[in-house]
Design a protein around this ligand. Structure first.
Ligand code: FES
Length: 95
């Protein structure tokens, strides 16, 4: 996932589009762009619309914030449901 000016422009053109985050069963968060991700060092990654990236939620990846598959051998277990931290009612359409 190279951070090029071309994919930055494409991501920024789509900033109003919806981002999807899916919690994988005992695995990472699968994020579908367009997004701009900034790591702890300030490095920016631009993900174009429809492109996926897996973000570590087990804490064991050597490539954080990205998942490197270590969760599979580390015995990571996590609920994949939203647990009342959010108002989980279906979203109403806005015009
Ligand atoms: S969730 Fe895959 S390595 Fe952490």
């Amino acid at each position: 996932m190279a951070c090029t000016s071309a994919n930055k422009e494409a991501a920024m053109d789509n900033v109003s589009r919806e981002v999807t985050i899916k919690a994988r069963h005992n695995g990472p968060y699968l994020v579908t762009g367009p997004i701009r991700l900034i790591d702890a060092d300030g490095s920016e990654y631009y993900l174009q619309e429809g492109v996926n990236v897996a973000l570590c939620r087990c804490g064991h990846s050597a490539t954080k914030p990205f998942c490197d598959g270590t969760h599979k051998t580390g015995g990571f277990e996590a609920p994949e449901r939203c647990l009342c931290m959010l108002d989980a009612r279906p979203r109403e359409e806005t015009v």
